[in-house]
Design a protein around this ligand. Structure first.
Ligand code: GUN
Length: 307
């Protein structure tokens, strides 16, 4: 049997969203006399982080956002990072601040996140934004879960009463994803490393979001027929035959025979994460310049932006 699931095209959805952000950036520049600004901190030499930051900067430039990156060696002190954040918090031409994760072990990630002005926190990782998301208040929403929700709502606009299972309970994906699905009136279960019988839970999921980082974890027999499956995994694996490396998700590709809709890896959630970062930068720029989102052609509620 060949795969029958609808392939949810993240490249296409991200391109549409970037076009909206580019229009908003042009309006912002016309109204304020400057382009929106994004400032990025990159610590150490993790190859994946360097690839992600390069993509973010390139996409930012394409939509008319000016970016500035500060690269620190892995031995940088927490105080130096906090000093850079304080300078950008005070800078009128910096609308968004992003600290690429992970940080080295000697740096306290929560303290670094807490130092970012919540109005410039375009990754949505400050505790104030996390709290607002869990209270259904307007906030800067973490980019990956925001992108996942946009892709889910593209397939099923109304999630009321659906069973959603999130695999992974990180601050960056699992927890905010669960909060967003709850706000959409789904019944949400978060499974993690200590969860008993995760496959059983998954089989009850109308919506399954996996953010674990284990290639092929989600087998076809974990998937409820016609479920929407969102694969956040980005895993680099070596093909035993060719020896070449490629990127795969957490979902075994044969799950497409059971699911109703599935995001591919690559080309699913990844491009939406970056497009949502650009959207958040425009939302932040608009609010610091006291421009209503509608003035920039953006929705008040970022979750419904891509619809
Ligand atoms: N590391 C992996 N994903 C992300 C992300 O979305 N934001 C940041 N800041 N770091 C990451």
């Amino acid at each position: 049997m060949s795969g029958t699931a609808l392939r949810i095209d993240g490249n296409e959805a991200a391109a549409r969203l970037r076009a909206r952000v580019a229009q908003a950036a042009a309006k912002f520049a016309a109204l304020t006399g400057r382009k929106p600004g994004l400032a990025v901190i990159l610590v150490g030499d993790d190859p994946a982080s360097h690839v992600y930051v390069r993509s973010k900067l390139q996409r930012a430039a394409e939509v008319g956002i000016v970016s500035n990156v500060m690269r620190f060696p892995s031995g940088v002190s927490e105080a130096e990072i906090l000093g850079q954040i304080a300078a950008w918090n005070a800078a009128d031409d910096v609308d968004g601040i992003l600290v690429q994760l992970p940080l080295p072990d000697h740096v306290n990630t929560l303290r670094v996140m807490a130092a970012i002005d919540p109005d410039k926190d375009v990754d949505g990782l400050h505790a104030l934004n996390a709290g607002k998301v869990s209270q259904n208040a307007t906030a800067l929403v973490p980019c990956t879960p925001l992108g996942c929700l946009m892709l889910i709502k593209q397939v099923t606009p109304d999630l009321t009463g659906m069973n959603a299972v999130v695999l992974g309970s990180s601050n960056i994906v699992g927890k905010p994803m669960a909060a967003l699905l709850l706000a959409e009136r789904a019944t949400v279960t978060v499974a993690h490393i200590h969860t008993r019988d995760t496959p059983f839970l998954c089989r009850g999921a109308d919506i399954l979001v996996t953010a674990v980082g284990k290639p092929g974890l989600v087998r076809p027999d974990w998937v409820k027929p016609r479920a929407i499956v969102i694969d956040v995994g980005i895993n680099r694996v070596q093909d035993p035959a060719s020896g070449k490396f490629r990127i795969v998700g957490d979902v075994d590709p044969s799950a497409a025979q059971v699911a109703g809709a599935l995001t591919p890896v690559p080309g699913g959630v990844g491009p939406m994460t970056i497009a949502c970062l650009l959207l958040n930068t425009l939302q932040a720029a608009g609010s610091t310049a006291r421009l209503a989102p509608a003035t920039l052609g953006l929705a008040d509620d970022p979750i419904n932006q891509a619809a």
